[in-house]
Design a protein around this ligand. Structure first.
Ligand code: ATP
Ligand code: MG
Length: 628
C-alpha cells in the first residue's frame, strides 16, 4: 500500500520533478522544459514554455479511443429531458459553438460571459472558449441584474451567452429580462448576445445585438475549428468567488497548470479512471462545477453527469436513480445537499441499486459529524470531505483516495494537506507559524502555490497581492482567511472564517465551534452564530437557530424550553464563556445561492448596519427573521 506521507514529502522536496511527471498526464503541443517560474513572487508561472489547449485535452484527445463512449450525460428533472453526448458528439457541438463565436467576433484572449442554466450548451460554450483561446467567465444563472452588471463591467466581455430561462423546483425563471436589465445597467457594452431558446419563456431579441443559437448552430453544422495552441500561462477563465465575505473577487486561472492539476487530482484524489462515470451535483456557476462537472472528468476520459434540478425533485430518490441508471462510480456534492436529503425518508435512497458507487466526496462548507455519519452509513461507501476555495481550483485538504485508499478519516476533519500545498497555521497578529498540535491559527499556504491555483485577480494584480499575500504579518504566505487547528497526526479542522472569530471578553471563539455544539441538539436543524458588538464584553455571541420541527417556533413554552437546553449544551461543551447572549429561533437562515451561511449579513443587521449587496442571496426574505 502506497504511503501518502512519502508522496506528499516528495511533492514538496522536489516540486519540479513531481510536477514534470504529472504534466505527462496531458497532451502538449510543445512540452514544457521549465516547470515552475517563481522568480516574481507571489506570482508564479507553471510550465512557462509549454503550449497546450484545454479543449484538446478534454475532448479531441479522447476521440481515437473513446469517440463512442458517453462524455456528457445531461439530465433535467426540471423539464424531464435527458440526453447523452458521446465524445464524438460533444466534439461536434463544441466545434459548432466555436464557429459561432468566431462569427460573432470573439478572438484569442477575449472574454465570453456565460449566464446559463445547467444545460449542455453551458458545457459547449465553456469548451468552445477553451478551444479558441477565449476566456470564459461563467456567472451563476439567475443572479440578479445588479450582480450580473458588476461582473460584466469587471470582465468586459465581447460576447454574452444566455438563454430564455432557467427553472428551479418547477418554477420558470426568465433570464432574458435579468440579462437585459444588467446590460442596461452596465457601463461596458458587449458586441453581441447569443441566446439559447429552450422554449420556456418569451425572450424578445434586440436587433443587431442578440442572436439565435438554434439558427446559427444549423448554419455551422459541419464547421471545423482547430484548437488554438496557447502558452500554458494563457488565462483560461475568470470566475468570481461566492461573495460570502464582500465584493466578489475575479479569480483568474491559467491553462496548462490547471489542466495538469485537475488531471492529477482525478487520479490521486478521486481515484477515478478513464471510462468511469463521475456525478458532481453542483452548478456550472461555481468552481466545483468548473473543475469537477466539466474539466476534471473530461480530462480524465470519464463520462460526466450534468444535472439540472433539485435533489428532492420529483422526490428525494432522484439522484440515486441516476446513480443506478448511469452506473455512477464517483459522486461529489455539498454538505447542504446531504442535509436536505437527510430530512427525507431513507427509503428513497434504499430503493436504488447503488452498487456501482465507490465513493462520495463533499465540499464547500464544514461537514458536521451527524451528516457525515448519516450519509456514509446510508450509502455504505466511504465519504471524503475536501476543503478548498474558488481561488485554488482543486482541494487543499482532504484524503488522497487514489494514493492511499485506506488512509483513515477523522470525523470533523477534511484531512491532511494535498501534494503541492505547503500548508501551515499562523498567528494572525504576529505571523508566527504555530507548530504545536491543537493551536488555533489562520490557515495559510506558503508560496509558490501549486499548479491550478489562481494566477491573479482579473485586471487587478495589486488587489491580488494585498488581499491574499499581506494579511499574515512578515511572511510570503497566502491566506485562506479560514481559521483552523491541526492535531498531532497532521489532520486539520476548519473552525470558520477569520471574519467569524468572536472575541468575547478576551476569549477567542469560532462561530463554527458554537454552531456545532448547538446542532448537536437533536431538536435543531441548523444554526448560525455571530459576534455582535457589546459595550462591556467587546462582543457577545448571538445564535440564530432553526428548529427541526415547527413546535418551538409556534409555541412560546416549547421555544423557551429548547432555548434553555441549547444554552446548557453550549456551556457544557465549550464552557460558560461561549454561551450565546441570545438565542433567536427562526424558520430559515440567510444563505448564498451556493448554500453558504451569510454570517456577515446577519451580523450587519444585528449591529444596525447595512447588510450590503443581497443579490447573491438565496432568499432575501430570510433576513427579515434576523432581529438584533
Ligand atoms: P468570498 O471569498 O467571496 O467571500 P467564499 O469564500 O464563500 O466567497 P468559495 O471560494 O466558494 O467562496 O468558498 C470557499 C470557502 O468555503 C472556504 O474558504 C471555506 O471557508 C469554505 N469551505 C469550503 N470547503 C470547506 C470544507 N470542506 N470544510 C469547511 N469549510 C469549507
Ligand atoms: Mg473566500
Amino acid at each position: 500500500m502506497a504511503d501518502y506521507a512519502a508522496f506528499y514529502q516528495r511533492s514538496l522536496q522536489d516540486p519540479d520533478a513531481f510536477w514534470r511527471e504529472e504534466a505527462a498526464r496531458i497532451d502538449w503541443q510543445k512540452s514544457p522544459t521549465r516547470i515552475c517560474d517563481a522568480s516574481r513572487p507571489p506570482f508564479v508561472r507553471w510550465f512557462p514554455d509549454g503550449t497546450t489547449n484545454l479543449c484538446h485535452n478534454a475532448v479531441d484527445r479522447h476521440l481515437p479511443e473513446r469517440a463512442d463512449q458517453p462524455a456528457l450525460i445531461w439530465v433535467s428533472s426540471e423539464t424531464g429531458e435527458e440526453k447523452t453526448y458521446t465524445y464524438a458528439e460533444l466534439d461536434r457541438e463544441v466545434q459548432r459553438m466555436a464557429a459561432i463565436f468566431f462569427d460573432l467576433g470573439v478572438g484569442l484572449g477575449d472574454r465570453v460571459l456565460i449566464y446559463l442554466p445547467m444545460i449542455p450548451e453551458a458545457a459547449f460554450a465553456m469548451l468552445a472558449c477553451a478551444r479558441i483561446g477565449a476566456i470564459h467567465c461563467v456567472v451563476f444563472g439567475g443572479f440578479a441584474s445588479g450582480s450580473l452588471a458588476s461582473r460584466i463591467d469587471d470582465a468586459r466581455p465581447t460576447l454574452v451567452v444566455s438563454a430564455d430561462a432557467g427553472s428551479r423546483g418547477g418554477k420558470v425563471i426568465p433570464y432574458k429580462p435579468l440579462l437585459d436589465g444588467a446590460l442596461a445597467q452596465a457601463q461596458h457594452k458587449p458586441h453581441a448576445v447569443l441566446l439559447v431558446d429552450r422554449g420556456l419563456a418569451p425572450a424578445a431579441r434586440v436587433a443587431g445585438r442578440d442572436h439565435d443559437y438554434t439558427s446559427l448552430r444549423e448554419r455551422h453544422a459541419q464547421a471545423e475549428v482547430l484548437c488554438a495552441w496557447v502558452p500554458a500561462t494563457h488565462p483560461g477563465y475568470v470566475l468570481y468567488t461566492s461573495g460570502t465575505t464582500g465584493k466578489p473577487k475575479g479569480v483568474q486561472r491559467d491553462t496548462g497548470g490547471y489542466a495538469v492539476a485537475l488531471a492529477a487530482s482525478m487520479a490521486h484524489v478521486f481515484a477515478g479512471k478513464p471510462g468511469d462515470t463521475f456525478f458532481c451535483a453542483s452548478d456550472i456557476g461555481w468552481v466545483v462545477g468548473h473543475s469537477y462537472i466539466l474539466y476534471g472528468p473530461l480530462l480524465a476520459g470519464m463520462a460526466t453527469v450534468m444535472y439540472e434540478g433539485l435533489p428532492i425533485q420529483p422526490d428525494a430518490g432522484v439522484w440515486w436513480r441516476l446513480v443506478e441508471r448511469h452506473r455512477v462510480n464517483v459522486m461529489f456534492t455539498s454538505p447542504t445537499a446531504i442535509r436536505i436529503l437527510k430530512r427525507h425518508d431513507l427509503a428513497h435512497l434504499k430503493a436504488s441499486d447503488l452498487s456501482s458507487l465507490r465513493t462520495l466526496f463533499l465540499a464547500g462548507e464544514p461537514l458536521d459529524e451527524p451528516t457525515a455519519a448519516w450519509v456514509a452509513e446510508s450509502l455504505g461507501v466511504p465519504v471524503t470531505d475536501n476543503y478548498w476555495q474558488t481561488e485554488t481550483g482543486w482541494p487543499i485538504l482532504t484524503l488522497a483516495r487514489g494514493v492511499q485508499p485506506d488512509q483513515p478519516a477523522k470525523l470533523g476533519s477534511p484531512g491532511v494537506p494535498l501534494y503541492g500545498y505547503r500548508v501551515g497555521l499562523f498567528d494572525d497578529v504576529t505571523g508566527e507559524p504555530l507548530t504545536e498540535p491543537g493551536r488555533k491559527g489562520v490557515l495559510g499556504i506558503e508560496g509558490p502555490l501549486p499548479p491550478g491555483c489562481l494566477q491573479t485577480l482579473w485586471g487587478n494584480d495589486a488587489r491580488f497581492v494585498s488581499t491574499y499575500w499581506q494579511s499574515i504579518p512578515g511572511r510570503q504566505v497566502y491566506s485562506t482567511f479560514d481559521w483552523a487547528t491541526r492535531d498531532a497526526d497532521g489532520y486539520y479542522t476548519i473552525l470558520g472564517r477569520t471574519d467569524d472569530v468572536l472575541n468575547v471578553a478576551g476569549h477567542r471563539l469560532g462561530s463554527r465551534e458554537i454552531e456545532e455544539a448547538i446542532t448537536g441538539h437533536p431538536g435543531v436543524a441548523e444554526a448560525a452564530v455571530v459576534g455582535v458588538a457589546d459595550a462591556d464584553k467587546g462582543q457577545v455571541a448571538v445564535a440564530f437557530v432553526v428548529p427541526r420541527a415547527a413546535g418551538p417556533l409556534e409555541d412560546a413554552t416549547q421555544g423557551e424550553a429548547l432555548t434553555a437546553e441549547i444554552l446548557a449544551r453550549v456551556a457544557a461543551d465549550l464552557g460558560p464563556v461561549a454561551r450565546p447572549a441570545r438565542v433567536v429561533l427562526v424558520p430559515v437562515l440567510p444563505k448564498t445561492r451556493s448554500g453558504k451561511l451569510l454570517r456577515r449579513a446577519i451580523q450587519a443587521v444585528c449591529e444596525g448596519r447595512d447588510p450590503g449587496d443581497l443579490s447573491t442571496m438565496e432568499d432575501a426574505a430570510a433576513l427579515q427573521h434576523i432581529r438584533p
